[in-house]
Design a protein around this ligand. Structure first.
Ligand SMILES: [Zn+2]
Length: 100
């Protein structure tokens, strides 16, 4: 089933696919019970697509794969090296504990 393209709410137009197969690296924030509170650890790595608004340049990542590419620190670091060597973007996703 075809999916609708993302819409930029600033410009009220559809975003364009900027790059397929970028790497998104999820991080997990250590809790206050752990040795280094608020330190962000590598958690999981995913392939996804980068979309950009052709007018304002705002960009988002969506279209994640069904399964992650890696979920160990070693595996994630390998994926980061592979994507960097291909010249593909590596995007960090940090855990946020603020509101919302
Ligand atoms: Zn826009």
């Amino acid at each position: 089933m075809a999916r609708h393209r993302p819409v930029c709410i600033q410009c009220c137009i559809e975003m364009k696919p900027e790059k397929n197969d970028v790497l998104v690296v999820d991080h997990r924030m250590l809790t206050s019970e752990e040795p280094e509170p608020e330190k962000q650890l590598l958690c999981e790595a995913w392939s996804a697509d980068l979309w950009q608004c052709p007018k304002c340049g705002n960009s988002i990542v969506q279209g994640f794969g069904q399964k992650s590419l890696a979920y160990t620190e070693e595996g994630i670091k390998q994926e980061i090296e592979i994507y960097k060597s291909m010249g593909s973007p590596v995007i960090s996703n940090y855990e946020y504990r603020g509101g919302g």
